[in-house]
Design a protein around this ligand. Structure first.
Ligand code: PXL
Length: 280
């Protein structure tokens, strides 16, 4: 009997460690949609469940670190992963087991979105988690993607200084051991949004984007996942970062508002009839 479906080439597999957002705007759902829209197959390790709507986060159930480890180990024994993407991780214990797993795969790129707060402003990471990220994850990271608030908080954590400019914060984060830092500038008071990439030699590139009027739920998750997907296809980091910003900008232009809170990025903007209109 011939097979009903012809065998297909396996797309790049991208593994996301992240938390569930029932709105589908942020979290693991954002990652899944982004990977799929960019031609990658999503693999997922759930680190926490959240109760939330498009306006705010109500509660968080952290998944036990042993379960996080088992989800990842069983999967990684079976399938080859082209990139790791890390979002909201839930606890310092989860960070420790994820760091241990990553250390067994030193050649696979790691994109770390250091989720410290939700788009609506709810805290999503404790000081213990910030310390654990700095100590255990940043040294294994290929591209760290903080927004400007997160860049300052991560760089100035337990430091005597309280006022470094963003290039100095980025330099400090690179000193902690990541290869590249992409600091996003949505929260800065500039006419256009300036996203700047840094490495050990300093500034690499800045991309400028028109400010869009909406407030978005999951834009950071989309950007970090798009970088992971582009790296999974073998692109080098500066080009991957630029292409991922392009993709994210299109998702924001086509964003929709399903409830009473923030807009949700449309990761399948290219499949929409009204894709040029946008409704943000
Ligand atoms: O946007 C950051 C983020 C990541 N992961 C989860 C979230 C949020 C923001 O709300 O809920 C699960």
């Amino acid at each position: 009997m011939p097979p009903i479906f012809s065998p297909r080439v396996t797309p790049p597999l991208v593994l996301s460690f992240a938390a569930s957002d029932p709105t589908g705007g942020a979290g693991i759902q954002a990652d899944l949609l982004t990977f799929a829209s960019m031609g990658c197959h999503p693999l997922t390790v759930i680190t926490a469940l959240t109760v939330q709507d498009t306006a705010s986060v109500d509660s968080i159930l952290v998944i036990d670190a042993e379960w996080v480890m088992d989800q990842a180990r069983m999967l990684l024994e079976d399938v080859p992963v082209a990139a790791f993407k890390l979002g909201m991780l839930g606890s310092p214990e989860n960070i420790a087991v994820i760091a241990e797993i990553l250390s067994d795969y030193p050649d696979i790129p790691v994109i770390l979105d250091p989720v410290l707060a939700s788009g609506g402003g709810d805290e999503l990471a404790s000081d213990d988690m910030i310390a654990a990220m700095r100590d255990m994850l940043i040294p294994q990271t290929t591209v760290l993607t903080p927004n400007s608030h997160e860049a300052r908080r991560l760089a100035l954590f337990e430091s005597e200084e309280d006022d470094l400019d963003l290039p100095a914060c980025a330099a400090h984060l690179v000193e902690l051991g990541c290869e590249y830092v992409l600091v996003t500038g949505t929260h800065e008071n500039t006419p256009r949004v300036l996203n700047s990439l840094y490495d050990a030699n300093g500034h690499v590139q800045t991309d400028a984007w028109d400010r869009l009027p909406g407030s978005y739920h999951g834009s950071g998750c989309t950007l970090a996942s798009a970088i992971a997907a582009t790296l999974a296809y073998g692109q080098d980091v500066p080009l991957a970062v630029r292409e991922a910003q392009n993709f994210t900008y299109e998702t924001l232009k086509a964003a929709f508002r399903p409830g009473m809170g923030q807009y949700i990025p449309e990761r399948f903007f290219w499949a929409q009839d009204n894709q040029t209109e946008g409704n943000a």
